[in-house]
Write a protein that binds this ligand. Structure first.
Ligand code: 13P
Length: 286
C-alpha cells in the first residue's frame, strides 16, 4: 500500500518515546517539501488535510490521488499517512471514501453524548476500510474573530470513555491552542495530560496547535504519552516570509514563474520539517 494508516507508526512512537509530525498540506509544493524532508530524515510522516484545504485543492479525491502519485514518483520509502484533520460528520465519510488512509472525526463541538454516538459510527466506518481514526474530547482553543481563547482542558473521564470506544489515537485539550499563542499563555497542563494518559489505556495522544509551543514543553508532553504533534501555522509563516523576501528582493521582475516564485517557500517548509523532526525525535525511526 502506498499510504499507510497512522496507527502502527504512532503506537511504535509512543512505545519508543518520540512523536511523529503531522504537517498540514495546502498545495503541491507543501506536499512535495514535506515528503522530501521526511524521506531525507528517514522519518515516518503524517500529511494532514483540513476540509478547507481539501476544498481549495478541488476535493478529497484530488488530494488522495495526488499524494499517492507523488509518493510513488518521488520514490518515498518512509511510512506516509494521509490524514483528514478536524473532519466533520459528512467530511469524514467523504475522506474515507476518497482514499485517505487515516481520519480525524472532530465531534468536540457536539454535546458529549452526541460526540460519542457519532464517533462510534465513524470508528466502525474507518476500521471497516482498514483506516486509523482520531477523535477529540474537549475543544482546542484558537483564534476566532480576532479573540484568542485560552486552551481548554479536557475531562479525563470523558477521554477514558472515548478511548474505550476503540479509537486509535486521541486529541485532548491540555491548554493547547491553534495558531499563535498569546503573550500571557499559561502553557500546557501536564497535570491534565498525566491524568489523561493514565486512564486511556496507553493509546497514542495527539498534541494539536504544535506551532509556537516551547521545545521543552513539547518534549515533556512526548514523555507523557503524546505521539503525534500537529503543525500548520509555523509552516504557513515560513512559507509566507520566504515568498515575501524573494519578492521584496526584486526577484519577480522578469514576470511570474510559479516554479521560481514558490521555490523559496518550498525550501522554507522543508527546513521547518527537518527542524520539527529533530524536536519530535523521529529522525531515523522509519
Ligand atoms: P497550528 O496551526 O497551531 O500549528 O495547529 C495545527 C493543528 O493542530 C492542526 O490540526
Amino acid at each position: 500500500m502506498v499510504l499507510v494508516p497512522a496507527k502502527d507508526m504512532l503506537v511504535k512512537a509512543r512505545k519508543e518515546g518520540y512523536a511523529v509530525g503531522h504537517f498540514n498540506i495546502n498545495n503541491l509544493e507543501w506536499t512535495k517539501a514535506i515528503l522530501e524532508a521526511a524521506e531525507e530524515a528517514k522519518s515516518p510522516v503524517i500529511l494532514g488535510v483540513s476540509e478547507g484545504a481539501a476544498k481549495y485543492m478541488t476535493g478529497f479525491k484530488t488530494v488522495a490521488d495526488m499524494v499517492k502519485a507523488m509518493v510513488e514518483s518521488l520514490n518515498i520509502t518512509v511510512p506516509v499517512a494521509l490524514h483528514l484533520d478536524h473532519g466533520s460528520y459528512e467530511g469524514t465519510k467523504a475522506a474515507i471514501e476518497a482514499g485517505f488512509s487515516s481520519v480525524m472525526f472532530d465531534g468536540s463541538h457536539y454535546p458529549f453524548e452526541e460526540n460519542i454516538e457519532k464517533s462510534k459510527e465513524m470508528i466502525a466506518l474507518a476500521h471497516e476500510k482498514g483506516l486509523s481514526i482520531e477523535c477529540e474530547v474537549g475543544s482546542i482553543g484558537g483564534e476566532e474573530d480576532g479573540v484568542i481563547g485560552t486552551g481548554e482542558l479536557a475531562d479525563p473521564k470523558e477521554c477514558q470513555t472515548m478511548a474505550e470506544l476503540g479509537i486509535d489515537f486521541l486529541a485532548a485539550g491540555i491548554g493547547n491552542i491553534h495558531g499563535k499563542y498569546p503573550e500571557n499563555w499559561a502553557g500546557l497542563s501536564f497535570e491534565t495530560l498525566e491524568e489523561i494518559s493514565k486512564v486511556t489505556g496507553g493509546i497514542p495522544l495527539v498534541l494539536h496547535g504544535g506551532s509556537g509551543i516551547p521545545t521543552e514543553q513539547i518534549q515533556k508532553a512526548i514523555s507523557l504519552g503524546v505521539a503525534k504533534v500537529n503543525v500548520n501555522t509555523e509552516c504557513q509563516l515560513a512559507f509566507a516570509q520566504a515568498t515575501r523576501e524573494y519578492i521584496e528582493a526584486g526577484n519577480d521582475v522578469k514576470g511570474f514563474d510559479p516554479r521560481k516564485l514558490l521555490n523559496p517557500g518550498f525550501n522554507a517548509i522543508k527546513a521547518m520539517v527537518h527542524t520539527k523532526i529533530d524536536i519530535f525525535g523521529s529522525r531515523n525511526k522509519a
